[in-house]
Design a protein around this ligand. Structure first.
Ligand SMILES: *Cc1c(COP(=O)(O)O)cnc(C)c1O
Length: 427
C-alpha cells in the first residue's frame, strides 16, 4: 500500500526551503508551490495545473483572480487606497449601503480579517448586554461551542478547545461558556443557568472541525432559545457564508435580503460575521452586520481599525458580492454539491477508505477510515496533488472538499475521477 510520491522540482524545493529558513513555522503546508491562479485552477512554479479543492478556506468562492474583482481592485488602487476613518471616502458609504441591503441588516461595521470581525462581534455583544439588556458590569457571558474555530486572537483562543492553539498562550480572556455543538438541550440549560448570557456564538456548520453539519432545525431552535432569553444569536459565517453552502448564507434563507431564497426569518442572526469570500480572496475584508438597536451601542472612538472600510476593500467587496449574485453561485454550489456528494458516496461504496461523506453545498468533507493520529489523510492529499487536485486534511482524518463555486459539472466529474484514482492507489 505504500505509495511513491512525485519528487518536487529543485525550484519548488528551493522556495520551500526559503520559507522554512526565514518564515515562522506556524503552518504545515502541503508541499506544492503555487505561482498562478485562474477560476478553479492554480498552477505551480513548474507549470503544473491543479484543481483547487480548498479555495483558501472558502475565501476564493468566486474563483481565482476573478477579472471583475481584480479589475475593481486595480482601478481603486490607482485612485485612492487609504484615508483611515479619520476622514470620509467616496467608496465606504456605497459599500455599506450595498452590503446591508444585500444581507438585510440596518448597519455594517467593516474590518479586515475574520478574527477581527469575530472580536468586533464579541465586543458589540458585550456592550449590548450592559447598555441594552442591563447586565451588571463585567458579568456578561457568551456561550460558544466545543470544537469551534473562530480565529487566532488571544480572546478567541481563550474559548477554543484545540490544545495546540492554546498551549502556553495564557492567561486567557474570561466570560465564555462552552457547550457541545449541535446540542440544543445544552444550550437551553446554559441559558437557564445564568441570567447574564449576552449571546451565543456559533458556526452554522463547523468548518475547521471537519465540516460538521448540525441536525436539521438546530439553528432555528437555537435562535428561538436566544430570543426567549434575551441573548444575541451570533452567526460566524466567515467560512459558510457567501454562497458556499448553496445559499447566500448557511443560516439562509434567513434574511430579508434581496437574494430570492425563501425566507425563514426565524434563523436570521442578530449579529452576522462575514470574512473570507466577501472579498473573493483578493484582499482582506471582513464585516459585522446587525440592526440599529444592537449596532448603535458602538459610538465614536470605541472601536475601529486603520484599514477597516478602506476604499480598496469597499470596492473589492462590492464587486465580489456582485459576482456571487450575477453568476448564480448559490445555485451552482447547491446543484454541484449534490452531484459531488453523490459521486463521493459512490466512490465510498467501492472503496472502504472513505468512511463518511458529509457537507452542504460545496463545503464538504470525507472522513478517512483511520484514526485522527494517522497520517493516511496527509498521504492521500499528496496523492491527490500528484494527480492534479489540491486538498488538505483537517483534524487528522478528514479531508475538506471546497472548490471555488464557479466550478462546472464536467469539472466535478473530472475531480471525482481524480479522487477515485488516487484512493485506489491505497487499496
Ligand atoms: C477562517 C475563519 C475565521 C478567521 O478568519 P481569519 O481571516 O483567518 O482571521 C473565523 N471564523 C471562521 C468560521 C473561519 O472559518
Amino acid at each position: 500500500m505504500a505509495q511513491t510520491q512525485q519528487v518536487l522540482s529543485s525550484k519548488s524545493e528551493a522556495l520551500i526551503e526559503k520559507e522554512n529558513k526565514y518564515g515562522a513555522h506556524n503552518y504545515h503546508p502541503l508541499p506544492v508551490v503555487l505561482e498562478k491562479g485562474g477560476g478553479v485552477f492554480v498552477w505551480d512554479v513548474d507549470g503544473k495545473k491543479y484543481y483547487d479543492f480548498l479555495s483558501a478556506y472558502s475565501a476564493v468562492n468566486q474563483g481565482h483572480c476573478h477579472p471583475k474583482i481584480v479589475g475593481a481592485m486595480v482601478k481603486q488602487a490607482q485612485t485612492l487606497t487609504l484615508t483611515s476613518r479619520a476622514f470620509h471616502n467616496d467608496q465606504l458609504g456605497v459599500f455599506e449601503e450595498y452590503v446591508t441591503k444585500y444581507f438585510g441588516f440596518d448597519k455594517v461595521l467593516p474590518m479586515n480579517t475574520g478574527a477581527e470581525a469575530v472580536e468586533t462581534a464579541l465586543k458589540i455583544c458585550r456592550k449590548w448586554a450592559y447598555e441594552v439588556k442591563g447586565t451588571p458590569e463585567n458579568q456578561a457571558q457568551i456561550i460558544v461551542c466545543e470544537n469551534n474555530f473562530h480565529g487566532r486572537t488571544t480572546t478567541i483562543i481563550s474559548f477554543s478547545n484545540d490544545e495546540n492553539a492554546r498551549k502556553n498562550f495564557g492567561p486567557f480572556t474570561e466570560g465564555f461558556i462552552k457547550i457541545p455543538y449541535d446540542d440544543i438541550d445544552a444550550l437551553e440549560a446554559a441559558l437557564k443557568l445564568n441570567s447574564n448570557i449576552a449571546g451565543f456564538l456559533v458556526e452554522p456548520i463547523q468548518g475547521e472541525a471537519g465540516v460538521y453539519v448540525p441536525s436539521e432545525g438546530y439553528l432555528a431552535k437555537a435562535k428561538a432559545l436566544c430570543a426567549a432569553h434575551n441573548a444575541l444569536f451570533i452567526a460566524d459565517e466567515v467560512q459558510t457564508g457567501i454562497a458556499r453552502t448553496g445559499r447566500l448564507l448557511a443560516t439562509c434563507g434567513n434574511c430579508s435580503c434581496t437574494q430570492g431564497c425563501e425566507n425563514t426569518p426565524e434563523v436570521k442572526p442578530d449579529i452576522l460575521i462575514l470574512g473570507k469570500a466577501i472579498s473573493g480572496g483578493v484582499y482582506p475584508v471582513s464585516a459585522v452586520l446587525a440592526n440599529n438597536e444592537i449596532m448603535n451601542v458602538i459610538k465614536p472612538g470605541q472601536h475601529g481599525s486603520t484599514f477597516g472600510g478602506n476604499p480598496v476593500a469597499a470596492a473589492v467587496a462590492v464587486a465580489a458580492l456582485e459576482v456571487v449574485r450575477d453568476e448564480n453561485l448559490s445555485e451552482n454550489a447547491e446543484r454541484l454539491g449534490i452531484l459531488l456528494r453523490k459521486g463521493l458516496n459512490d466512490i465510498a461504496s467501492r472503496n472502504s477508505l472513505i468512511s463518511l461523506v458529509r457537507g452542504k453545498g460545496l463545503l464538504n468533507a470525507i472522513v478517512i477510515n483511520c484514526d485522527e493520529e494517522s497520517d493516511l489523510a496527509w498521504q492521500i492529499c499528496l496523492k491527490f496533488r500528484d494527480y492534479g487536485l489540491l486538498a488538505k486534511p483537517t483534524h487528522g482524518n478528514k479531508i475538506r472538499f471546497a472548490p471555488p463555486l464557479v466550478i462546472t459539472e464536467a469539472q466535478i466529474q473530472d475531480c471525482l475521477s481524480i479522487i477515485e484514482k488516487a484512493l485506489n492507489d491505497f487499496k
